[in-house]
Every structure is written in C-alpha cells, then in structure tokens.
Design a binder for this molecule. Structure first.
Ligand SMILES: [Mg+2]
Length: 322
C-alpha cells in the first residue's frame, strides 16, 4: 500500500472520527463484544445499522460539535473562543438528540464564555469527561501546521470552553499532538513519550499509564466516558490492529461510551491510514445534522471539503483570541 498523502490523512482524521461516532452510537452503554456479536466478520456490511434513537449513518454530538469548531476556525480565520462558545450555545439551545451532561450544564449556565466551565468545575469538581476530546479531530488538523506547542495550546483552550478540569485539556492536547504526528506521516504511537513530556506535570503520570504499550482497557479505573480511559482505549485500538476498520471494530467492542471511543479512535486511525482506508459503505450513509444552524445536514463530501480547507490551517499567528 502506498503511503497516504497529507491531505488524505487530514480528510481521514475528520471523516474517520465521524464514521466512528456514527458506527458506535447504536451500541452506546452496551456490553463488551456487542458489535462483533452482531457483525462477526469484518467487511460484510450492514454495520451502519442505526438504533438507540439514531438513524443509520447519523453522527452524534461528538461530530456535530467538531463541525461547529471547524466552521468557526474557517469563518473566523483562526481561534475565536467566544465565537466557538456562541456556536455551541446556539446548537445546545436547539435541542440536539444527545449532549453531554457537563457540556449542557456549562452552555446553559448563562455565565460568560471564559468563566462558565471554571465556575461549573468549582461547584461540581467533576469535569474530566471525554466531551472535549471527542470533538477534536478538525481542530487537530487545523492546528497541526503550527507545530507541537501551538496545537496543544489550541486544544487546551478549546477543551476549557466546556471542561474546567485540566485533565480534559491535557487529554485533548495529547490527541491533537498525536494527530499532528500522524499527518506528518510518522507513527503517533512512537511519539507518545515525547508528547507526554509536553503534558502538564500534574497530569503526566495518568496519561503515561493509559498510553503505555502494555495498557489494556480492562485495566481502566474509570468508565470510558472519562477522558483517560477513552484516550487510552483509542491508542490501544490503534496499537493492536492493522487497519482502520479493525481499529474501529475493536473500539466499539469495548462497550460503554462507544460513539466517543470510536470517534477518537477514528480520528487517530483515519490520520494514520488516510481516507482511502475508510470503507465506502461506511462513508456513504454518514450524515451530520446541525441543530440550530438552519438544520443543515452535512454528508461525507461536505466533510471532505471541510477537511481540505482545514489543512490550510494556521501557523499559530492567529491563535490569540481578541
Ligand atoms: Mg455522542
């Protein structure tokens, strides 16, 4: 197999994450092994089955929020945090089919964009969910051009819009950096050590644990709706398989928060293997409703176009918010 082009990898990250989200959604909160029990053989088809309130191919809040970030970056010409927050609020107010508890509480609090997540964290002390990590594929593509420091910084700021716990920021920053490495054609798993050195010291050890080569999702100390096992499970799925389809199958088979674990896995695996590795039968029915935005529905060609524009990216000079 020839190596995917940088653009094929970027499109792979964005579409791959959306595909994982849509494939995993019907299996959310289900048991281990439910996906391969229903679809025993890879490649047979029918996996975009819908269920649990989701139409076949329908992407959930993970991808909907990811698209909102992508469109903000492109329309504002860089990171405009108040704009991203306003888009999130508008979307949340329109009643999406699913929204994370943490995210909903922050977006509907009425507090200003730069305080809402912190105030919520102050009173709840629980904000280390995977709800910022799940939506990070487009921003990881966009900020890759700026290098490690720029992309990790942008990830932290985007995560902090809804998640007050630095653990969520750092996990999102690690994902951004691993995608950056993959887009450059290198193996993100060999970049884990260097990435960990750029993680805030208070959070390094927990990420080192879940990203270690011998870590297995069975060793998780929290439900995989938490940021650490979610990221660790995505890295595990990538490490223990040899292609996009197999990685996604492994991720969904873990059970639990299947849409998000598969969305994160799909972002990484899509960046590694490129859009050519995403089965057409998965890309074809994929669609992303955008409640609150004239009820637009994006399909795969729209996501491909969006990802192409994101690859023009930023070198970090537009990172500073007004
Ligand atoms: Mg979801």
């Amino acid at each position: 197999m020839t190596s995917p082009t940088p653009t094929a990898r970027a499109v792979g990250a964005v579409v791959g994450s959306a595909v994982g989200d849509a494939l995993g959604a019907p299996f959310e909160f289900g048991p281990e092994g439910a996906f391969s029990a229903r679809f025993p053989e890879a490649g047979w088809g029918g996996e975009m089955c819908g269920g649990g309130g989701w139409d076949p191919g329908e992407a959930t809040d993970d991808t909907q929020m990811a698209v909102l970030i992508a469109e903000s970056l492109l329309e504002c010409g860089g990171l405009d945090l108040p704009d991203v927050f306003r888009r999130f609020q508008r979307w949340a107010a329109a009643g999406p089919k699913d929204i994370g508890l943490q995210t909903e509480a922050v977006l509907s609090s009425g507090d200003p964009w730069d305080l809402a997540a912190a105030l919520h964290f102050q009173s709840n002390q629980r904000a280390a969910g995977n709800g910022a990590l799940m939506r990070a594929a487009p921003s990881a593509v966009y900020f890759a051009l700026g290098g490690r420091e720029t992309t990790m910084d942008a990830a932290r700021r985007l995560a902090a819009l809804t998640h007050g716990d630095r653990a969520a920021w750092e996990g999102t920053a690690v994902f951004h950096e691993l995608v950056r490495v993959a887009l450059a054609g290198d193996d993100p798993l060999t970049a884990v050590e260097a990435t960990l050195r750029a993680v805030h010291p208070d959070h390094r050890e927990r990420y080192a644990t879940v990203l270690a080569p011998d870590w297995h999702p069975d060793l998780a100390t929290e439900f995989n709706g938490a940021v650490w096992p979610c990221l660790g499970s995505a890295a595990w799925a990538l490490r223990t398989t040899d292609g996009f389809e197999a990685a996604i199958r492994a991720a969904i088979d873990l059970g639990g928060d299947t849409d998000t674990v598969a969305a994160v896995t799909g972002g990484l695996a899509g960046a590694v293997y490129g859009i050519g590795s995403v089965p057409d039968r998965w890309a074809e029915p994929l669609h992303v409703p955008l409640p609150g935005f004239t009820d637009r529905v994006l399909r795969t060609p729209d996501l491909v176009e969006l990802a192409g524009r994101l690859t023009a990216g930023t070198d970090g000079s537009r990172l500073t918010t007004p």
